[in-house]
Design a protein around this ligand. Structure first.
Ligand code: GLU
Ligand code: MG
Length: 434
């Protein structure tokens, strides 16, 4: 199928809210210049609406206040003309107070702050490359073998359309391939600076959802849409750099910097999970020996560790410009900016405390005896969200601010209520939105 791009007649400025759903306002293209310079009024409570469209009764804003969506021009992506839908321009945004000041509930602004602090206090920058797993239903109801040519061919026309759309935002995906589950796929993103890398993740999700709608199909990044199939993870590859070059690994091992950073994440993993695996459906994915990484440990090339070191080949001087650490306990219910901001904040705690590098796990910790795991300090992560929220409360208030935490905690508890009300329909309900 070929797709057409025309001069857009409408645009939308959107923001990925705390529920991971992109929401915003659309308007005729004639208003674009004004909106790019002045911003668009936005309701603070909107940032708290759940994926099922319910509003947390105890969110800190209620009917009061006004914020502003401030579009980021370089994130402009065109969605093609389809049948009766003309070409539309999408812009991602940050949310500010109405006078343009930093608003702590804006996830992208929080990530920007965390990255600025990583640079100013520790002299470090971060590059990232996400991998995202997803299900597409309704494309073709033929079951193809996992990772097969048939599976990749089935989606190749679809993937070509997605690449064309992403090209309008000067980005692409590096892989669009069949995954293990029936109708499951994986995309991987090129390595980029952390903020733009997260923008790419969001743009790709919207490009894929729009393409699916164009095919009468449905795409979802929900963590466990079908209990009988493999879960969908979001794997966050990151590397640390200082002005002298790569600092993730040296001569096959973690550096003191990346070791302390990874140890900080593992020490605070429950708090990080409050952002990276933030929905009851996330915990339907999290189980032993299914490559999710349910033990708080690091492993070299080990997919059962919460953090996997992918060293790649070193150069003659021992440096590893291609090395990354892969944080695996994340999924599509997470706001990607917040998941990464939590990783950066927890990593910085490890740097501040000069923690020792974690002991590498060279097997599936689920196959070890409890005593052997305890000796090495490999603890099993919680089985549900509440302990993660409890662990996060004091830490995340310090990371992101009190108002932020009140808003975020209300969103998460409200989603637990949504899930209880929907019962067995909850995974499908979530999968309609994310
Ligand atoms: N689907 C697995 C997950 O839920 C990951 C499989 C893989 O390593 O690609 O994280
Ligand atoms: Mg995968």
């Amino acid at each position: 199928m070929t797709i057409r791009f025309e001069d857009p007649r409408a645009a939308m400025v959107g923001n990925v809210e705390l529920s991971a759903v992109l929401r915003g306002r659309s308007f005729p293209i004639e208003r674009l210049d004004d909106i790019l310079s002045a911003g668009l009024p936005w309701v603070p409570t909107n940032s708290c609406i759940s994926a099922s469209n319910s509003i947390p009764p105890d969110n800190p804003f209620g009917p009061i206040g006004e914020t502003k969506l401030v579009a980021i021009p370089e994130t402009r992506m065109l969605l093609p003309s389809r049948d009766d839908r003309p070409t539309m321009a999408l812009y991602l945004s940050e949310i500010t107070h109405h006078d343009g000041a930093f608003w702590e509930v804006c996830a992208r602004s929080q990530l920007r702050r965390a990255l600025d602090e990583l640079k100013t206090r520790h002299g470090l920058t971060m590059k990232i490359g996400f991998e995202q797993e997803l299900y597409i239903s309704g494309l073709e109801n033929v079951h193809t073998p996992a990772y097969s040519l048939a599976g990749s061919r089935r989606v190749s026309g679809f993937a070509a359309e997605v690449q064309q759309i992403l090209g309008t935002a000067n980005t692409r995906v590096d892989q669009f391939a069949a995954e293990y589950g029936e109708h499951q796929f994986e995309i991987s993103h090129p390595v980029r600076d952390a903020l733009r890398g997260c923008d790419d993740v969001v743009l790709a999700r919207e490009a894929i959802r729009d393409t699916a709608r164009g095919h009468g199909a449905h795409a979802t990044f929900a963590p466990k849409p079908d209990m009988a199939q493999a879960g969908s993870g979001i794997h966050i590859h990151f590397s640390l750099w200082d002005e002298d070059g790569p600092r993730t690994a040296h001569s096959g091992a973690l550096t003191a910097t990346s070791g302390a950073f990874a140890a900080g994440i593992l020490k605070n993993i429950e708090a990080v999970m409050a952002f990276a695996t933030p929905s009851p459906n996330s915990f339907q994915r999290i189980s032993e020996s299914s490559w999710v990484g349910v033990f708080a440990c690091l492993g070299v090339r080990n997919r059962e560790a919460a953090i996997r070191l992918c060293p790649r080949s070193p150069k003659a001087d021992g440096s590893h410009p291609g090395a990354s650490l892969e944080y695996r306990l994340c999924d599509g219910a997470a706001n990607p900016y917040l998941a990464l901001a939590a990783i950066v904040r927890a990593g910085m705690m490890g740097l501040d405390e000069a923690l020792d590098p974690p002991v590498s796990a060279d097997m599936d910790p689920a196959k070890m005896t409890p005593e052997a795991r305890a000796e090495r300090g490999y603890r099993r992560v919680p089985h549900e969200l509440q302990p993660c929220l409890t662990a996060a409360a004091p830490i995340a208030t310090a990371w992101f601010g009190e108002t932020f935490w009140q808003a975020y905690d209300s969103v998460r508890r409200n989603e637990v209520n949504d899930a209880e009300k929907a019962g067995a329909h909850y995974p499908a309900q979530l999968a309609r939105a994310i």
